[in-house]
Ligand binder design. Sequence first.
Ligand code: 3HC
Ligand code: NAI
Length: 708
Amino acid sequence: MSELVQLTKDNDIAIITINNPPVNALSPGVPEGISDAIEQIDKDPNVRAAILIGGGRTFVAGADIKEFGKITSGQTRRGVAFLPLLLRIEDCSKPVIMAIHGTAFGGGLELAMAGHYRVGSPTAQVGQPEVKLGIIPGAAGTQRLPRLAGVLKAVEMCAVGNPIKADEALKLGIIDRIIEGDLLTGAMAFAREVAGKPAPKTRERNEKLGTPERNAGIFAAARELADKKQRGMMAPVAAIDAVEAATHLSFEEGCQAEQKLFTDCLFSDQSKSMIHVFFGEREVSKIPDIPKDTPLIAVNSVGVVGAGTMGGGIAMSFANAGIPVALKDADQAALDRGLATIRKNYANSVKRGRFTQQFADERMALIKPTLTYDDFQSVDMVIEAVFEGMELKKQVFGELDRVCKAGAILASNTSTLNVDEIASATSRPESVIGTHFFSPANVMRLLEVVRGRASGKNVIATCMGLSKKLGKVGVLVGNCRGFVGNRMFGPYRREAQFLVEEGASVEAVDKALYDFGMAMGPLATGDLAGLDVGWRIRKEYRHLEKPGERQPLAEDRLCEMGRYGQKTGAGWYKYDENRRPILDAEVADMVRKWASEAGVEQRQVSPEEIADRCIYALVNEGARILEEGYALRSVDIDIIYLNGYGFPVHRGGPMWYADTVGLPKVLERIREFQKHHGELWAPAPLLVQLVEQGKTFADFDKKHLAAS
Ligand code: 3HC
Ligand code: NAI
């Protein structure tokens, strides 16, 4: 018997326990252990039923994702074939009861469905999240789930990948009983009830497989949804095809169809990218010089300064996590406006069914509006979100320094200013840090945690931990202009503008990037965020521009005309009263005129060039950031772009994408751009170095980890 699986007995009931912490993944040794246990149970005349349960915090959270890379790179062959093992369990002569707590995900749910019965603790969750890794269930999940839960729910669970809770699983028939109290004790009682009775095999149950007429509508709707919400991804479509196979093929043929689709997905670049993202999201929380056991500061109450766009969203984020907030603004009218927006946002969430009225009321009650700092004396953390201006920020931090208790974290939401200079306005720079939320702050998952020169390790560790509590992914970045995300966004949007000035149409630029998979094109994004934001920043930093360096023309001029984007009804596009974009021929004419006055040569620009210019501008700047140490790893940059800038998850982030294309090819293209467009396209030294060494950004990350 494998060390990872134990077989014990309680009189006539056998208990198989999987112990493969932390999540009981089906790593090599686990299937072998289960297989041995089933053989013994079958042979043992004294055993009348068996229970399979997970040791520790969960049932089985799925296949071991680390193994996939080894399979696709040919380093390993699969051990005990999992699919035959599941048939073996189902064919066991004694009923096998799956006792589920924590999560039965992916291969875990497939294992559970091969049992004759399933019982679960009230907090258990089940799901087929494979699609989030760019694959589909690979051990008959798409064949057994519709037989237990019906076609409609099976398609949704396999194609969208979200888990469901025990009570819903019970209603659907995925589990047979919820056990209150000790799970094993309840499972034993259940086992004794069913011992000796004929045991149902999931694979033989066809009563929920529906009719061709009804199923046709379900699959058509699922495909339409996948096309809209999971644009460009192959796994959702494959998952739908596999469930559809269950409805018109035998179980065995359905499994073969599933295997083929599973393998196609597993060996695709998309799946490799999404697995990179899965581990990347966990990797970013690891900071080499900050040990895991760094003491954290308890954050049980916060203050937010500034009740504008960002302050309001930040206050909602904390309230949603159950943390009370004192929300301060400088004048009553601004405070009232801020609160009205928060109230409207909660009302919309209730209307859309995201929150109950009671939840919204409770959260709203956690936000206390104020015009003074009185409540700030006791808070554990303050997030400043006043207008962007160094003098004002310093004034606010000076006041916070006087008011707040020792040890309170003083964070700024600045998007461009130097965190060290802000910290210099206090007597405690070790407590000062940047927390750069993204708009809308209550929705966007990204939080850039900006490490100042003096930021304390406990302050950094607390902010990183806090991001998780707020339902966000925190990424630690260094204190440079624009930090990581916005610093890279500059060259990306610069190239988008240059392309229009060189002859591409506004819609062609946006379409090329949308087709690449970006949530929105770069020009439409500018209109959404407000073109005036960048304009103001550019005006402030104009003195830093190198003489003779090409600068984009159009956005400054559009702003001078009052065309700030959606908020003024016009920017790159015109907007109707519902903020729907309308192409504006006037913009096209104006840009042509400005470009010809500036001597910009007009030409045909291909969609391929548009995508390469914009995406490689991200990559080149990302490489500089990495080299300068403002991001810890290339994967940190990827996670920032996926969660803050709408980069397509199935491409893994800009740096991973560059690795996938091949760095020599990326460098060659960048050199071409340099030849035609000048020194703005000088390749980043790190990129050149990696190409010379035959390495990738992923190799750079490994080296970095080894050194730390
Ligand atoms: N394989 C390998 N490692 C896994 C894993 C898996 N399936 N699931 C989690 N881990 C690792 C994580 O990488 C992390 O490692 P680290 O501590 O070194 O960073 C550790 O386990 C703990 O994971 P989390 O930090 O995510 O812990 P949480 O408690 O927050 O979440 C969870 C637990 C809900 C189980 C979450 O980890 C999760 O969703 N895991 C993935 C589940 C999944 O996708 N399963 C399907 C796999 S594919 C499959 O089964 C194919 C089949 O059809 C054949
Ligand atoms: P905003 O203009 O919507 O809100 C600023 C608020 O601060 C106003 O309500 C104003 O009355 C208040 N305020 C000004 N001085 C104050 C003081 N002394 N005390 C208390 N309140 C005061 O600005 P927005 O967009 O919310 O930006 C706030 C900060 O967040 C800025 O630093 C900005 O750079 C940053 N940021 C903005 C993002 C965005 O998309 N808007 C994204 C990320 C960061």
